[in-house]
Design a protein around this ligand. Structure first.
Ligand code: CA
Length: 250
């Protein structure tokens, strides 16, 4: 986490709210989210493609048909981030959830009263909940907020994560020479056939209140964002985080 702002904002590592802390990506056969309500259109069934830990769209919903909460819209020039993983904790089988069955060798996404077979018994086989989040920046008038569509039971619900986050940017680190390290970072949609090995995520956060006597004249440039100075009385902080990943979708 690298604070790079112009002053202190009383927010504690909001990137943890987005990407969590070290939960491994899951490998699973594609799963159709047809039974999930408000599933952002489930275009090509890929919202449920749990073979991809991260996905992102540059300045748009991409192929998804997500509707922001009533009265709000997707903020211009902000990216959309998808995170799909298994819950960190094991859980009991629950027919009202989308769940993940795993052992050391394989992982499957399922729903129902019976976990998929072939996973052994006892401690070797574990059941986790499927975690599915679509993060985006919503705006309404002068308000901005980091919100998400999150899988709750079998419904994608819309909820606020952190208010006064005005930008979310994502870039993927690509490995062209096969050494496992990223040579460069590109915007979602520009990965081509290269392997994705890491992702950078930026959040631009502003203070919720004006500070009398302060004028924010900073021009923020990062990823493919170029945000003109607001010249308002709010302090801002730019937070960035690089995470190593082994399977992503651009
Ligand atoms: Ca972008």
């Amino acid at each position: 986490m690298t604070p790079a702002g112009d002053g202190l904002v009383p927010i504690e590592d909001p990137s943890r709210a987005v990407v969590g802390t070290g939960v491994p990506p899951i490998m699973a056969p594609g799963y159709t989210f047809g039974s999930v309500t408000d599933n952002c259109g489930n275009v090509n069934g890929w919202l449920g493609d749990a073979t991809k830990y991260l996905g992102a769209f540059d300045s748009s919903w991409g192929g998804m048909v997500c509707t922001p909460t009533t009265g709000w819209t997707l903020a211009a020039n902000t990216d959309v981030l998808l995170v799909r993983r298994a819950s960190a904790e094991t859980t009991a089988i629950d027919t009202n959830k989308i769940q993940v069955q795993s052992n050391r060798a394989q992982v499957s996404v399922f729903t129902g009263a019976t976990a998929p077979g072939g996973y052994g018994t006892g401690a070797a086989a574990e059941t986790h909940d499927m975690v599915m989040n679509v993060y985006y920046i919503a705006t309404s008038g002068t308000q901005v907020s980091l919100r998400r569509k999150t899988l709750r039971g079998k419904t994608m619900v819309d909820e606020e994560v952190i208010p006064d986050v005005q930008d979310l940017q994502v870039q993927f680190g690509i490995d062209a020479d096969g050494d496992g390290a990223a040579e460069k970072y590109v915007n979602p949609g520009s990965v081509g056939t290269a392997s994705i090995v890491s992702a950078r995520i930026w959040l631009l956060i502003r203070s919720s209140d004006d500070e009398q006597g302060f004028k924010n004249s900073t021009n923020y440039q990062y990823a493919n964002a170029n945000i003109a100075a607001a010249n308002d009385k709010r302090r801002r902080i730019l937070m960035s985080k690089t995470i190593q990943i082994r399977n992503a979708q651009s």
